[in-house]
Design a protein around this ligand. Sequence first.
Ligand code: FES
Length: 135
Amino acid sequence: MHLDQKLTRERFFKILGYALVLPFIYGWISMLKQNRLLHSKTNTLVLPPDLPEGLSFVEPVIISKKSDGIKIFSARCTHLGCMINHIQDGHLICPCHGSEYLSDGSVIKGPSKEPLHELSYTFDKERGVFIVKLV
Ligand code: FES
């Protein structure tokens, strides 16, 4: 009788252990799958064909459209990586330490010394959209 109670208690705790651990493992695996999907989705950015003239922001990029073509830059400041989100007098201004860039990505005021990273893109004729490579 005592042995039966002990076995029952052991079984109970085993089942309880599985009941607590299995959902955790399932959630962890789901999170890993989602994370992988997110990463594969965030490697590209899809932009509409009707990009506005001049400078515009579509996080995480800056689009510079002129009569001679379109350039797309990472909006990350090359100083310490803040997101550039401000235009003043045609200059791109970093909100963190005030670096300024021209619309061609070149630096005109530090502390940044490197130009903005230009990103490659293609135009998908079938879908009528720009596809920007973010990496
Ligand atoms: S991070 Fe942009 S100026 Fe420092």
